[in-house]
Design a protein around this ligand. Structure first.
Ligand code: AMP
Length: 364
């Protein structure tokens, strides 16, 4: 069985690493000749919309999936007309556009921050009296890790924030005074079996995820499961999906969802019985899903922009290093470490040790 993956970055790499023990082979399509998964399977190098490469991918792969959501919609449609594609082009289309995504959440009763569509400076100015300050202006498409976003603190910020978007359609949303950020990773298989991981509690800085901690028995688990189930069913979704949420005064508000394996689920590699990567493969191949039960208290720390010395990292007890084989560059995720501890106190200490090392090399 050969799995095709659009994109050959670290997420594709970890999907392949989980798939080899299941006897799977991989073929990747990515514009970069030195993408970090290329050595883990066959590499098709070129644009995502190169008709010849897409035809080869459709021909060679038994099922196609992707590691990021900014694949042109026509590409997913083309592939879906030739082979199996999971998740569906529809899930991709909803996740690619923040305005469509927010109205989709609205239609299935998942709360979001108040928002308005913006396509000119005038429409931004008109939206603000209702939304109030602070607010965040986000481009509708192509945004990730806080890119294409500006915080609006007062009416003085509107012009510069709008100009930064260079005419790209946007949404403006109320700033949520959250107590914490969490995400739920859920999995739905071709035959409709659904499993959920325990909540991840996430720490971002500068819009980029730094630390995720598994929160077994979290009081918000059931609420998050209810919301993500609605999303899975409404999209007739197949694969892993991550729903990112803000917790405000005991209530959850949706930020966005990712139609793929997610950075906040990397702790599942050593911290759950079955990792998100393996369960994604099981789901798209219609195999029975694996247990999502946590193994100990687990967390993940990202390394961004640079790498600590391997020896120093591995000297931390219970730390597992995952290098992405990517050249360090400002603001680029180049590795993560997972830790698993016996109790919460030990986990907090281990996270602290790892974040000290991460901050030493972080240039973002
Ligand atoms: P995003 O790219 O939408 O996931 O945003 C990146 C990060 O910016 C989030 O994880 C939050 O830390 C922060 N953020 C985004 N939208 C909001 C909001 N409406 N209110 C407060 N913080 C936000």
């Amino acid at each position: 069985m050969r799995v095709g993956v659009l994109g050959a970055g670290q997420l594709a790499r970890m999907i392949a690493l989980a798939g080899v023990p299941l006897g799977l082979e991989f073929i990747f399509l990515d514009p970069s000749a030195d993408a970090c998964s290329n050595r883990l399977g066959e590499a098709l190098i070129g644009d995502y919309n190169d008709p010849e490469l897409l035809a080869q991918l459709a021909e060679r792969a038994d099922v196609v999936t992707y590691e990021f959501e900014n694949v042109p919609a026509e590409v997913a449609e083309f592939l879906a007309s030739h082979t199996q594609v999971h998740p569906s082009p529809k899930a991709l289309a909803v996740a690619q556009d923040r305005l469509i995504e927010k109205s989709f959440f609205h239609d299935i009763d998942i709360p979001t921050p108040n928002y308005a569509a913006v396509d000119s400076l005038e429409s931004l100015q008109q939206a603000m009296p209702t939304l109030g300050y602070p607010a965040i202006l986000k481009s509708r498409t192509q945004g990730y890790d806080g890119k294409g976003q500006s915080v609006l603190k007062s009416a003085d910020d509107l012009k510069a924030a709008w100009e930064q978007l260079q005419g790209a359609p946007a949404v403006v949303e109320a700033f949520v005074p959250f107590n914490r950020e969490v995400s739920i990773i859920a999995v739905r298989s071709v035959s409709g079996e659904i499993v959920f991981y325990p909540l991840s509690e996430n720490l971002h800085r500068g819009g980029i995820l730094r630390v995720s901690e598994c929160r077994a028995d979290d009081p918000m688990q059931k609420q998050a499961e209810t919301y993500v189930s609605r999303l899975l069913e409404a999209l007739d979704y197949v694969g892993v999906l991550a729903l990112e949420l803000f917790e405000v005064d005991g209530k959850l508000v949706a930020n966005e969802f990712a139609p793929r394996v997610h950075n906040s689920g990397h702790w599942t590699i050593e911290g759950a019985e079955t990792s998100q990567f393996e369960n994604h493969l099981r789901a798209i191949l219609d195999l029975p899903l694996g247990s999502t039960a946590p193994v100990g208290n687990a967390a993940m720390v990202n390394f961004i922009g640079g790498l600590p010395k391997t020896e120093e990292l591995l000297a931390i007890p219970h730390a597992h290093l995952h290098l992405y084989d990517k050249a360090p560059r400002k603001g680029r995720k180049v590795a993560h470490a997972t830790v698993r501890a016996e109790n919460q106190k030990q986990l907090s200490e281990l996270i602290k040790k790892l974040t000290v090392l991460a901050d030493q090399v972080d240039d973002s």
